[in-house]
Ligand binder design. Sequence first.
Ligand SMILES: Nc1ncnc2c1ncn2[C@@H]1O[C@H](COP(=O)(O)OP(=O)(O)OP(=O)(O)O)[C@@H](O)[C@H]1O
Ligand SMILES: [Mg+2]
Length: 253
Amino acid sequence: MSDILLELKGLTKIFTDDAGTAEVLRSVDLKVPEKEFLCILGPSGCGKTTLLRCIAGFETFTGSVLIDGQPRTQPGTDRIMVFQDFNQLFPWKTVEKNIQYPLRLSGIKDKAELKRRSDEAIAKVQLTGWEHYYPYQLSGGMKQRVAIAKALALKPRIILMDEPFAALDAMTRRDLQKEMLRILGEEESTVIFITHNIQEAIFLGTRILVLQPGGEIVYDEPNTLPKPVTPASDEYGRLWGTLNAALYSRSQG
Ligand SMILES: Nc1ncnc2c1ncn2[C@@H]1O[C@H](COP(=O)(O)OP(=O)(O)OP(=O)(O)O)[C@@H](O)[C@H]1O
Ligand SMILES: [Mg+2]
C-alpha cells in the first residue's frame, strides 16, 4: 500500500462578498496516496477549481491541507497548478525561459542546470526544437504542452490540473491524453486532474471521484480498467453509465 501524500481534513471554503456568503466546500475529507492519478468529475460550479486552489495555497480556508502530514496554507514548489487557459505562459518569454522561470524561483541559479532541466522537460512533451519560440508562435495544444513541461521540470510532489485539455480540439486532446499516460508512466508525480469529460477520466485516472455542489463526494472508486483503456468493452460501458449517473444525479429537479 502506498503512503498518503495529500490529505484534506474538513476542508471548508466560504466565499464572502457583497452578495452574501456561499459555502462552496463543506468539510471535504480526502486522502491521495503517492503516484495516484486522481480524476475529479463534477458539474459546473460544484467547487472543483476552488478545491484545487485551496490545495495549491491560492485561497484561504478552514480545515487542513496536509502534504506528508504537514499543513500547507501557502503556495509552494511541492504543488503546481496547470490551468485550462492557453495564456498561462509569459508572452515575452520563450518556451525555454517560461519553463526555467519557476526553476529560478525555486532557487536554481546554475545556467547549465537550468538548461538541463528545461531540455529534459521539453523532450518529455515532445517539443525539442521549439525552445526559442514564443507563445504566440505556438498552437493551443503546444502551449498546453509547455505548461505541462513547466510543471514537470519543477518535479513537484503533486501536479494539480484544472481541465487542461478542455479548450483543445478532439484530436489534439486525444494526443495529449496519450502523452500524459506515457509521461506519467515515467514520472514520480502524483496528479489531481479535473475534467468534465467522462471518457478522459476513464482513460487517465487510476481513481475517479465525482463531486456535487458543496464539494460532496458522491462517487470515489479506483479505476480498474487496464490501460490503455479502450471503449469497446462491457466494463467501459458500465463504468461510463455509473459515472454519468453520479455526475447528473442532482441535475433533475
Ligand atoms: N472568488 C470568488 N468569490 C465568490 N464566489 C466564488 C469565487 N470563486 C468561485 N466562487 C463560487 O464558487 C462556486 C464554485 O466555483 P468553482 O470555480 O470552484 O466551480 P467549478 O466546479 O470549478 O466550475 P466549472 O466546472 O464551471 O469550472 C461557484 O458558485 C462560484 O460562483
Ligand atoms: Mg472550474
